[in-house]
Design a protein around this ligand. Structure first.
Ligand SMILES: Cc1cc2nc3c(=O)[nH]c(=O)nc-3n(C[C@H](O)[C@H](O)[C@H](O)COP(=O)(O)OP(=O)(O)OC[C@H]3O[C@@H](n4cnc5c(N)ncnc54)[C@H](O)[C@@H]3O)c2cc1C
Length: 221
């Protein structure tokens, strides 16, 4: 785990805990600073614990931060974080990172909890001209799907190799990207998810002619 060394952590109080899907939680806690959509926080349950990183998944004017995470059953923090209660303390850094949302006509590409920074971007008013390509397994793994569907309409593309339904592309994001006509060599591509996913998507985009500097990634390692 590669968290910036000795990053200062400040106490905050949890004010909402919600299990939105099996083993997937949304926590809300008091905001301690301004942030730009796409940024993250380092989070720990005790001030001297090694923190983990989480993208902020809330509107940048909201008085609370929100994060979205799934339990990694062999992991240290997430099994514990799934048991916190309203009123408990959390220790958080100031927001940081440079995966910033823009006003441009970008593509957003996400898998699993990698949707988190795009929730913040959408809620902060940056969704207007975006296309979101979102991957998941079952229907309940498309977190915040109804919000994205309402805002982005046909520019919200859901990919699942398990679901056969006209709303979904039947296949993984990588399969979708290999065959879609909707590839622009001018627009920027923002990718967020696990390292294997990000590398696979980036390789396909490069293979399809997208210049390397137009691919911006946030890797959850
Ligand atoms: C920039 C960035 C942003 C991120 N944003 C998010 C986010 O918004 N939401 C989110 O859910 N995650 C996010 N992550 C991932 C997050 O930081 C944590 O890595 C993740 O939540 C797991 O934390 P943990 O303490 O539970 O697991 P850790 O203890 O850190 O373990 C990490 C992995 O190693 C495995 N592991 C640990 N110990 C063992 C063992 N003994 N045997 C086998 N396997 C083991 C675990 O299963 C887990 O998969 C982000 C990561 C980065 C780098």
């Amino acid at each position: 785990m590669n968290t910036p060394a000795n990053i200062p952590l400040i106490e905050t109080i949890l004010n909402d805990v919600n299990e939105i899907s099996k083993d997937v939680f949304v926590l809300s806690f008091l905001r301690n600073d301004e942030f730009r959509s796409g940024q993250m926080l380092a989070i720990a349950l005790k001030p001297d614990d090694q923190p983990r990183l989480y993208s902020i998944a809330s509107e940048n004017k909201d008085k609370n931060y929100r994060i979205l995470f799934n339990i990694q059953h062999q992991g240290y923090l997430t099994p514990r974080l799934s048991k916190v209660k309203v009123g408990d303390s959390l220790f958080i850094s100031k927001p940081f990172g440079s995966f910033y949302g823009t006003e441009d006509e970008d593509f957003w590409i996400a898998a699993g909890t990698g949707i988190a920074p795009f929730i913040s971007m959408l809620e902060s008013g940056l969704a207007e001209n975006k296309t979101l390509i979102h991957g998941g397994r079952e229907e309940n793994s498309f977190y915040y799907a109804s919000v994205f569907a309402e805002k982005l309409k046909e520019k919200y593309i859901r990919c699942s190799s398990l679901i056969k339904d006209e709303v979904f592309y039947n296949g993984r994001i990588t399969a979708y990207l290999k065959q879609t006509q909707d590839i622009s060599l001018e627009r920027n591509y923002y990718i967020c998810g696990g390292s294997e996913f990000v590398v696979d998507v980036r390789d396909i985009l490069i293979h399809r002619g997208v210049p390397y500097h137009q691919i911006i990634a946030e890797i959850y390692f």
